[in-house]
Design a protein around this ligand. Structure first.
Ligand SMILES: O=C(O)CCC(=O)C(=O)O
Ligand SMILES: [Fe+2]
Length: 292
């Protein structure tokens, strides 16, 4: 298998892969290691069945059943302005709504794969930025301020202004501002404009100021990879090392259907499943995923 970088900082396209279904254990291990190193992999043009996508993800981590959290099927269709199939999430006001799915739970996803099964151009792209780069490019003074601090992640935060208003979200989790990737050990800036509400233990004003500084730095410094979907693209990404966002600028009249399979760390599986079940119970019918 040959790989070529998508950006100097992260992302790679994988070539010479005839069939995801026939990958040997060695090849799957190569994919797993390359994903950890490059954070995002693009497989272009293969005809990949749901079973094959499940098989690939099973080699990356513990498969999760997001249906338990309210997603109605493996597939969802979206255009820039709204989402069908009960998917309400479109992105936020600042830095384009970049987020890591379920970072407002104790056990966020390890990785996500999306495979384009239907495409009508111009389809909205998905954007990615490296939270590893967001951390490594921070000035030393800011790095030193962040070490040892915890950040409260919530849904419904979506940017600077929203952070200044009390959130009504009942989804909350506390994580280190500088998060250590549980598999690769890489340092990640986990505080984000879109999902962070406050720095634990800091006075309100200081907490807002630090989150603003971190968000501004990320928007200025972290390179964005914009993925323009083609039919039969499979994008596999590390949900902790990169944040993703769907464009919501309204300039894409097309649509795409993406089949999504996600996975988590083996050790987090039980906790993730329990969260999904509790969340599904809390939600009244009809269900619909609203806030990944
Ligand atoms: O549709 C997209 O481009 C991304 C949607 C998203 O954020 C998600 O599925 O978690
Ligand atoms: Fe998401």
């Amino acid at each position: 298998m040959r790989i070529e970088p998508l950006l100097p900082t992260f992302g790679a396209r994988v070539y010479d892969l005839d069939d995801v279904a026939t990958l040997s254990p060695d090849e799957l291990e190569f994919v797993r290691e390359t994903l950890l190193e490059k954070h995002l992999l693009l497989f272009r043009g293969g005809d990949i069945s749901l079973d094959e996508q499940l098989g690939l993800c099973r080699a990356m981590g513990a498969l999760v059943d997001e249906k338990a959290s309210g997603q109605s099927s493996w597939e969802f269709t979206s255009d820039a302005g709204f989402v069908r199939d009960g998917m309400g999430y479109v992105g936020g006001e600042h830095t384009g709504g970049f987020h890591s799915d379920y970072s407002y739970t104790a056990t966020p996803l390890l990785g996500i794969s999306m495979y384009a099964t239907e495409l009508v151009d111009p389809a909205p792209p998905t954007r990615f930025l490296s939270a590893v780069e967001a951390w490594s490019s921070l000035p030393d003074g800011l790095k030193a301020r962040c070490e040892g601090l915890q950040v409260e992640q919530t849904t419904g935060t979506t940017g600077k202004q929203a952070r200044r208003n009390p959130s009504t979200s009942n989804h909350r989790a506390t994580h280190p501002v500088v998060f250590t990737h549980p598999v690769s050990g890489t340092k990640i800036l986990f505080a984000s404009d879109h999902q962070s509400r406050r720095i634990v233990g800091l006075p309100h004003d200081e907490s807002l100021e630090l989150l603003d500084q971190l968000g501004d730095h990320t928007a200025r410094s972290a390179t964005v990879y914009e993925h323009a979907w083609q039919l039969h693209d499979l994008v596999l990404w590390d949900n902790l090392a990169v944040r993703h966002a769907r464009s919501n600028d309204g300039s894409y009249a097309g649509r795409r259907t993406l089949r999504r399979v996600a996975f988590c760390l083996d050790a987090w599986h039980e906790s993730f499943d329990r969260w999904c079940e509790d969340n599904a119970k809390e939600r009244a019918v009809p269900v619909g995923r609203t806030s990944l």
